[in-house]
Design a protein around this ligand. Sequence first.
Ligand code: UTP
Length: 467
Amino acid sequence: MTTEPGAQPSAADLTERFEAAGQGHVCRYLPELSEVERDGFLRQLAALDLPRLETLIGAVLAAAPADATGAVEPPDLIECADDDAGRARDDEARAAGEEYLAAGRVAAFMVAGGQGTRLGYDGPKGRFPVGPLTQRSLFAYHAQRVRATSRRYGATAPFYVMTSDATHESTVAAFGEAGWFGLDPEQVHFLTQGTLPAIDHAGRLLLASKSSLALSPDGHGGSFAALSASGALARMAAGGVDQIFYFQVDNPLAPVLDPVFIGHQVLAGAEMSTKVVAKTEPGEKVGVLARVDGRVGVIEYSDLGDELAQERDERGRLRFRAGNIAIHMLDRAFVERLVGGDLELPVHRAEKKVPCIDERGVRVEPTEPNAIKMELFVFDALPLAARTVTQEVRREDEFAPVKNAQGSDSPRTASDALADQARRWMGAAGLAPPRDLAEVGPLFALDVEEFRRNLTERDTGPVFDRS
Ligand code: UTP
């Protein structure tokens, strides 16, 4: 959250401003700092948009948000095709999406700015090896899909990668070390998301040191502002890109630039679309798509309530089963409208352990959550869209996120899902799947049809790859 650069305000000016905002304590150590430290810190303070920050802090400290007062209904769903009509509907969407891809009208947009605290990996999550046999990294899966799609449709798809201060350097280095994963370096654009400060339970900004605030990435919802501030939107407009395929780095099954999804969005004239998978059970901890007061949005699992979570439809399926897998289509003009107006996404609160210095200037390494981190979520843009599409897809084909070090949603489950997909494709192509692991690289095939087409006698597995 930065303001326009201008003349640097003086230490006295800034102290006055922060005192007026009830945050004067952050300036307490200014007299002790060296000139270099003081200059750096003053720049950091001057970059904060204090009025906006006050609003955000007020919102995040306010009592629990009011429950939706209106009706909560399931969203209209494009269900998985299981008959001829469904397949014809998807074929039509595929043709429309392929046309967009061949005309170079779609950008891939990967968000990779998260700190990956649950995984506890030393480095950006995208470097994590998840390929069942080759240890292919998350970055490699996604970049190779962009490359394979560009090749398939004969048009270079721009690849925008959002990083944060925490992940930027190592992410750019990972692409460099891997020879840009075979992409044209001109095709890849990095943008860095903004930050928001951590606060204590009284709303006071925390200091990470005497000369720095405790800042963290502003959430995946920060991607809208980052697309604008980095010039990415303007670059897209100049390059004839008017659709954005949004996905998150932690899902190695994400079908990047899937033409069917692109087609559903453009055929419906939607501003924002979402892929969902059926929830496995009422208590599964995943946000669901729903219509609240007529507007589509995501209800977090903790806010859905047991009663709604348990409801079944006439076929015995969960009524609120549309689990959000964080794959979206964004109409570029919609993003421009969002960032151009004064629409502010709601701020979410996360209780975290944030190392900081206390009033006596002593460094504290908390063992219990001591701070509130503020975050914006990308799906909060859904209710602001004039039209949306919600497409249901099969979990085993498209969703295996890496969140935790062990157990559910871990590298192990993601890697197993990739191996299972490879075995299914082998079976569908008439090959005997191995009892153990198998792996298909995106440059060999992006889907089962392409897998069948590309098989030669030499391809016996268990690794299927091309360069
Ligand atoms: P998560 O909310 O799961 O966060 O992000 P995370 O950083 O991966 O993991 P934890 O919660 O710290 O354990 C989902 C996706 O959104 C991106 C992440 O990189 C991931 O791809 N993200 C998240 C951002 O790009 N920026 C953020 O500020 C937060």
